[in-house]
Design a protein around this ligand. Sequence first.
Ligand code: UDP
Length: 403
Amino acid sequence: MVRIEDYTPIVGSTEIDSIRELTEHVKGAKVVHINATPFGGGVAEILNCIVPLAKSVGIDAIWQTIKGETDFFLTTKKIHNALQGDNTVELTEDMMRVYLGTNRSNASQLDLDGEVVVIHDPQPLPLIEGGREGKWVWRCHIDTSSPNTKVWSLINGYIKKYDAVIFSLERYVPRDLSKMRVLIDYPTIDPLSAKNAPLSTGEIQKVLDRYDVDPDRPIVGQVARFDPWKNPLGAIDVYRRVKEKIPNLQLLMIGSFANDDLDGVEWHKKAVKYAGSDRDVHILTNLDGVLNKEVNAFQRSLSVALQLSIREGFGLTVTEALWKGVPVVGTKAGGITLQVIDGVTGYLVESLEKAAESTELLIRRPWLARELGHAGMQHVRLNFLITKGLKNYLRMHIELVGK
Ligand code: UDP
């Protein structure tokens, strides 16, 4: 079981003491979290870590997921894409009926009786409709800086019913919400979770052997759901460009299939087809047994981590790579720009050509990669670890409930 004092060697006792002080104000408070999937993607990752930790400091935190049929998740994926700026999305009356109907039937099944109820992302957003107690917060994890206006107008009425909204970046806050109570909260990672805890070189080697990845040759990789916004085909393009210069290069593409992400299967197929018969491209998923520990080992084996997203909420995969001392070559999308400080923790690029150049440079200069990786780890230690996330969580609670 997780204990807050276990983090002392990583963040220092002053930080742990200040967390303990805050917990005095909120002991026993019930906080309910609702999202759409127990596994796959950043939100599940965050909740998997923060809920047990919040419990360990005396909060009665509970986490539930909404249930829905395929047509519900197809609709919510459309809403997700529309909020990230896809203007081709249209929501029909039928889709809205499924969206609202599924939320209504979930409302009667879920325990929504918290002092604070935190609803994550658009899938369970309309749960607020069915009457409520406590303070309700909508936690948006995606980039809503330029949403599809038609879709936005269909759902923003629900958002306005909330007591507060939380976004990952200031610039994601849509203008028409400016009168609401708006909080900004950077996502964080748990340095002690199976995904991020230290691994011995033997354990890393075992994972590479199991999947037939050569530990003696350079490896680049992108960990991301198979989703067009993550640009999986772009990652293959970058690898190919670099491979022309460094022929023994290998590419790892690690992705998982989340329950609420029905495009994943299709985009996985596209990536496999695009990679063709290249035996140095390894496309692996949770269905191949690549779970937290394997992702951890693979991330640690990389010379360079790629994150070539077209749109990105925050990009926990970037945080995870940096924490492992791996420099990141990333696009200037969303939260990647907070984490990749150009020339310091990695390189921020505007084209796949630049991504390939930067990747090649870091493979050729291991000393440079080491310096950037080290700076990345410090950057994460100061800004994006779960102890900071927990502090913000406790402060939010105190602010909302007024204790
Ligand atoms: N992830 C994973 N296995 C995979 C792909 C992703 O466990 O095969 C995790 C990844 O390690 C990270 C999260 O899913 O913790 C993705 O979060 P991110 O913020 O990068 O993107 P999102 O999926 O939320 O858009």
